[in-house]
Design a protein around this ligand. Structure first.
Ligand code: GDP
Ligand code: MN
Length: 377
């Protein structure tokens, strides 16, 4: 889960990181009164959960109330990578002398957590990674939760050039690691970390990605979720206890079991089709679930056909069959259903469906070929 800069900044502050005092606002008058209390110049920062706000014109330094009012409105009218700007963080402007990049990231390839730093940082970090990879320094935690006094100094000396900055930089990494472990982050990034004219270091931006599977361990983190960025279909599915992931194809998939659901998407793709979703209706059989699943899939107008692929174990095929008939009764299906049922109570299910004039398939291959053909139109 991604959180906004103003939220990440709060978590940074709790870990003792040198964040810049700020206030998140949604009305220009709030911004004006906060700016008055800290003094101009101030920076207006659009709060959107996408990177590169600076380059997209989402960050403005303003020197007066008049300028603030004008730029605030400009930002409010802005859409960054498809997301409207609803909140604006106001912070005191820093007289930036130099920018650095700092991050703690889960490195899945190395099975470790890596600290990354660069003195060629700032917003051009992706560019630096390509053109000057030696300027990006890495330090692997090697399973430790703190900085190893034997290995860490040579890393930090490669990033900051004076002992004074190295000491400040070490403190910042300690704070970053505390944030990382205290909240089960998958990423905690400061880009840029800046030095001002007095040689003081500040975290001028704050980015955190939280591990979704660990949210339940931290009271309050779930509340940071911004519903603007959640897929409406996925939220609806969650309400009905369905494990659903929206994809961009046109073949709706209703499957029981996560493994079979993955395999079904693979075979749809292999047969020249494109799955519209991942959906696991779960192990227990319940006609209601099939009905809800069909309704959620039909929320996407791109869907041209729906495949129901059931391998009955605990799930009883006859329950699924009843769910299908119930759905047909309740909704006027705008797209064809292709049904493959096998396993527990397969015969009963087929009898139910055949009696209602609904065709069924026994093998996955036949059913997938059929649904892909129908989706092609
Ligand atoms: P991002 O583009 O989404 O990563 O947003 P950042 O918060 O990193 O801001 C982008 C750029 O705006 C920074 O790299 C800075 O150059 C500039 N910026 C941000 N805060 C300040 C500030 O307090 N003072 C000045 N002068 N520039 C700032
Ligand atoms: Mn940034």
């Amino acid at each position: 889960m991604k959180i906004h800069e103003y939220q990440a900044s709060e978590l940074f502050k709790k870990s003792g990181l040198p964040v810049v005092d700020g206030q998140v606002t949604s009305e220009v008058d709030e911004a004006v009164s906060f700016a008055q209390s800290i003094g101009y110049p101030v920076v207006l920062k659009s709060q959107v959960l996408v990177g590169g706000r600076g380059k997209a014109g989402g960050i403005k330094v303003v020197k007066s109330e008049e300028e603030l009012r004008e730029k605030y409105q400009d930002l409010k009218n802005l859409t960054i990578k498809g997301y409207p700007v609803r909140k604006i963080l106001v912070v005191k402007a820093i007289d930036i002398q130099k920018e650095f990049y700092l991050a703690a990231i889960v490195d899945t390839a190395q099975d470790d957590i890596v600290l990354i730093a660069s003195s060629e940082g700032g917003v051009e970090i992706e560019e630096t990674a390509k053109t000057n990879p030696d300027a990006i320094k890495k330090y692997y935690l090697q399973g430790q939760k703190s900085l190893d006094p034997a290995r860490f100094p040579s890393f930090i000396q490669g990033v900051f050039d004076t002992p004074e900055l190295q000491a400040q930089g070490t403190k910042v990494f300690e704070g970053l690691l505390k944030t990382f472990f205290d909240n089960d982050c998958s990423l905690a990034e400061i880009n840029p970390l800046v030095i001002d004219g007095t040689g003081t270091i500040y975290a001028a931006d704050a980015k955190i990605n939280l591990d979704d599977n660990a949210l339940m361990r931290h009271e309050g983190l779930e509340d940071l979720r911004d519903m603007d960025y959640e897929n409406a279909d996925e939220l609806e599915a969650k309400k009905h206890n369905l494990s659903f992931v929206k994809l961009d194809g046109n073949v709706g998939c209703i499957v029981n079991g996560a493994g079979l659901a993955m395999a079904t998407m693979d075979i749809v793709k292999l047969s020249g089709g494109n799955p519209a979703n991942f959906l696991d209706v779960g192990g227990s059989s319940n006609p209601e679930k099939v009905l809800n699943a069909i309704k959620i899939i039909l929320r996407s107008p791109e869907v041209k056909a729906i495949l129901i692929n059931i391998f009955g174990g605990i799930t009883r095929c006859d329950d699924i069959a009843n769910g299908i008939l119930e759905a047909k009764k309740q909704i006027d299906l705008p797209v064809p259903l292709v049904i493959r049922l096998t396993g527990t109570n397969e015969k009963e299910a087929k009898d139910i469906l055949t009696a209602a004039g609904v065709e069924t398939f026994s093998t996955m291959r036949e059913a997938v070929n059929k649904v892909v053909e129908l989706a092609r139109g």
